[in-house]
Design a protein around this ligand. Sequence first.
Ligand code: DQA
Length: 140
Amino acid sequence: MKLLVLNGVNLNLTGKREQGVYGGETLEEINRELEAFVEGKGHSVDFVQSNFEGEICTQIQRAEGVYDGIVLNAGAFTHYSYAIRDAIASVSVPVVEVHMSNVQAREEFRHKSVFTEVCKGEILGFGKYSYILALESFLL
Ligand code: DQA
């Protein structure tokens, strides 16, 4: 299995912004832990973060034929990006949507994901373990 962890807007600030919501570990630290988890099971994982909506679309398009699955935390793009939604629908690579926070317990605008219908599944509310659980779902 070759997996891609794709993080969107503001996720590069993880560990620095809103630590009460997203924790104190940096994205780099979390990614190293995810890498050890996946490699420990004999699989491989790549990591991409971008603050640009179009770049997230490009990464999803490029994943076709390269990756067996994508773990996507698109950040706030989740709630309104039809462009990313259409990119997900355009590839056969399965995508699992993740959120570190429980978006259903937060502001109303976070309750809606425009990706839900085109994703394999959704995991939210478990901090960095949301990523681990999503990765695990591909490795079962
Ligand atoms: C987030 C939740 C989003 O609503 C928010 O905009 C983020 C992070 C999460 O991981 O909990 O940037 O995707």
